[in-house]
Design a protein around this ligand. Structure first.
Ligand code: AQP
Length: 333
């Protein structure tokens, strides 16, 4: 049976980008089609300046949102990365296979390290190496498929390279996974800056980000204030009209229609925004309701995470042990 692994970072509140680009497909397709593991990758949240209490809070919230969105712990495994030691154990071994040059070519490293330096901060070493940890997240489970938004394509490519290199040097140990992207919603852009991804850690740009737990009125306000392009024609043209194209992509993802076909129905930006806002509010409504119920029952969420970590450990341990043996480490006991 196909095995799937994917995750979210608790670096901020989950966004519409996370939902349309990843979580919605995990719920609707992946958890039923395969043996699927979904992880709150909290170790990745430590790669930039962070507040420990906030990371803990956001980890629990992310897990609750995944369950509220419809991940069913009876059919898939939901867990927190730091509760399964195999991720960090394997990451070190993979660091001995990856190269410094490879790490420095990662687009996210270039962008985020430049951002940190511009703020006058220092760049954590883990920001450079975290794609290796991400490779460990995936390879530890022998995942065949990694359903992610477009922004993660380069990291999955690196994961494939590391798996192939390890297998060639030390004997076949890892499944070589492939990235799977949704057809619509693979890259939701900021409503205020349609040239940039709607990313949850960009707190300075909250006006352009729809958070899954935003009140409906807030969602409407953000969408109605979305930056659009010059002219009045509603056309689906990502280069010439990125703001309008982003709204059409979002509306398409919420309605199941094609963005170019939707464009033909609209003759003003105002009506397009209004319909997009309502579609987003409706899309998120059930998730918000279920999330409120789960918040009233934190013991349930903790129980799901405990069971998930135990199961994940059982799946990862044999492959990580095999990697340790293959690379030349003396088995314990
Ligand atoms: N804007 C987006 N459009 C489509 N998919 C997206 N994803 C994230 N943003 C978009 C997908 O959601 C999954 C989880 O993402 P993540 O938690 O790894 O990263 P993030 O939400 O992008 O968080 P940050 O901290 O703001 O990330 P950086 O700054 O690292 O990009 C992934 O499948 C992702 O593709």
């Amino acid at each position: 049976m196909t095995r799937i692994f994917s995750g979210v970072k608790p670096t901020g509140h989950l966004t519409l980008g996370n939902y349309l680009g990843a979580v919605r497909r995990w719920v609707a397709v992946d958890q039923h089609a395969a043996e699927a593991l979904f992880c709150v990758v909290d170790l990745h949240a430590l790669t930039v300046d962070h507040d420990p209490a906030r990371v803990r809070r956001l980890s629990r919230q992310a897990a609750s949102l995944l369950l509220a969105a419809g991940l069913d712990p009876d059919v898939c495994t939901v867990f927190v990365q730091s509760q399964v030691d195999e991720h960090a154990r394997l990451a070190y071994v993979l660091e001995c296979v990856a190269t410094d040059g490879e790490m420095r070519r990662m687009i996210q490293y270039k962008e985020k390290s430049a951002r940190e330096r511009a703020r006058g901060g220092s760049v954590r070493l883990s920001l450079l190496t975290y794609p290796v940890l991400m490779a460990a997240d995936i390879l530890a489970y022998g995942a065949d498929e990694v359903p992610v938004g477009d922004d993660q394509a380069q990291h999955v490519e690196l994961t494939r390279d590391l798996a192939v290199r390890f297998n060639q040097r030390y004997g076949h140990t890892f499944v070589v996974p492939k990235a799977v992207h949704p057809q619509v919603g693979a890259r939701v852009m900021s409503l205020q800056d349609p040239g940039s991804k709607m990313g949850k850690s960009d707190g300075d740009a909250a006006a352009g980000i729809v958070y899954l737990l935003d009140e409906p009125e807030v969602v409407r306000k953000k969408v109605m204030r979305a930056v659009t392009d010059s002219g009045h024609e509603v056309e689906y043209d990502r280069d010439a009209k990125p703001g309008v194209a982003n709204l059409l992509d979002i509306l398409a993802a919420c309605t199941g229609r094609e963005p170019a076909a939707l464009a033909e129905d609209y003759h003003s930006y105002g009506v397009l925004k209004k319909d997009t806002a309502e579609a987003v509010v409706e899309e998120l409504r059930p998730l918000r309701v279920r999330h409120a119920e789960l918040c009233a029952d934190p013991g349930y969420v903790d129980g799901v995470l405990r069971a998930g970590a135990e199961r994940a450990r059982g799946l990862a341990r044999p492959r990580v042990d095999a990697a340790y043996r293959a690379i030349g480490l003396l088995p314990a006991g």
